[in-house]
Design a protein around this ligand. Structure first.
Ligand code: UDP
Length: 331
């Protein structure tokens, strides 16, 4: 998003606590402030010092099993701190607020694709922590005239097609997302991959997800910002392709694209995983005019592989935790 905004000629300020990523990934052209989005005094000062018309809030914990093991950390990070940020946004008379929400707010939907009017019934603390922020944002917008775009991300994947950025975590075991784990296995950076559950009611028994390439997702943010600036009403929309892929299909694609075989171990279900999450995409197409450019699994896997090679060549995953970082788990 920072790269895309800069490419579009916007001025960007990044506020990040560097808890999970790398400082060097923030482009020089953006102003960088290290700090916490929940630190109201800091955010008030930033808003007072600069003319800011929009906030895009990406800073969140995003790992479902971690949210089950440490729910209060998720409610602090994803809900309580978002509340503080929102309060500052209202106080600072910010006009537009873009919020990274998630398909996890739908829980275990009875049918797919899921459209935005489906019941909201998250089945894990991660989804609940994000849904509460959606509610706060809606209430605050109604009371204070803020306009918002809530973007419900399905599974973000791939990397910048120009090779400038990709998903990065501070050390190998920290990566948990399927495509990243699979490309690490293909490059021999981990011994193999575990498939969490083969007894789901899906075509091959493994979970189905809708993997959206990161630049396509960023394009939706830019379009949402443009839409709000032109006076569009607050908006909630899904971000996905409307097409689901199973865990085994991802594994197969990674093996084919990389040309590498790696060990795959079938293990039990991971707590908190819904069987199938596929986006209904009518609204994002109709309201924002969004069309994807990279809706192709081998392309997405190829980008993820290329980025992982770059990280490996720079030995980035070997750096000590906290040395240099940006919250790129949430790219
Ligand atoms: N998954 C898996 N092995 C892994 C990582 C993930 O089988 O090493 C599965 C996981 O159980 C889920 C799907 O892949 O069904 C996508 O998981 P991921 O963590 O990438 O994203 P989530 O859907 O949880 O946001």
């Amino acid at each position: 998003m920072v790269l895309a905004l800069l490419d579009a000629g916007e001025k960007v300020i990044v506020l990040d606590d560097l808890s999970t990523g790398f400082r060097w990934l923030v482009p020089e052209a953006a102003k960088f402030i290290i700090g916490d989005v929940g630190d109201a005094a800091l955010v008030d000062a930033i808003l007072a010092e600069h003319e800011i018309d929009a906030i895009a809030h990406f800073a969140a914990k995003i790992v479902v099993p971690e949210s089950i093991g440490d729910p209060l950390r998720y409610y602090l990070n994803n809900t309580a701190k978002a509340r503080n940020l929102l309060e500052c946004a209202v106080r600072g008379k910010i006009k537009h607020f873009i919020f990274s929400s998630t398909a996890a707010v739908y829980g275990e939907p009875p049918v797919t694709p899921i459209d935005e009017t489906f019941p909201l019934a998250p089945i894990n603390p991660y989804g609940r922590s994000k849904l509460m922020t959606e509610w706060m944002l809606k209430d605050a917008a109604k009371a204070h005239g803020l306009k918002f775009a809530i973007l419900r991300y399905f599974n973000v994947a791939g990397a910048d097609p120009k090779g400038r950025l990709g998903q990065s975590s501070q050390s190998m075991p920290n990566a948990t997302h399927l495509i990243k784990v699979a490309v690490q296995a293909a490059l021999g950076l981990r011994p193999g991959l575990e498939v969490f559950g083969t007894d789901y009611p899906t075509r091959d028994g493994t979970c189905i997800r809708d993997y959206i390439q990161v630049s396509d997702l960023v394009a939706a943010h830019l379009m949402a910002l443009d839409y709000l600036r032109k006076g569009g009403e607050s908006l909630i929309c899904n971000c996905g392709y409307g097409r689901g892929v199973s865990v085994l299909e991802v594994v197969d694609a990674v093996k084919r694209v990389s040309g590498a075989d790696f060990k795959v171990r079938i293990s039990g279900r991971r707590p908190g995983d819904p069987a199938s999450l596929v986006a209904g995409t009518k609204r994002i197409k109709a309201v924002l005019g969004w069309t994807p450019e990279y809706d192709n699994l081998p392309t997405i896997v190829g980008q993820a592989l290329e980025w992982e090679r770059q990280l490996r060549n720079k030995s980035i995953t070997g750096e000590p935790a906290g040395a240099n970082s940006l919250a790129c788990d949430a790219v």
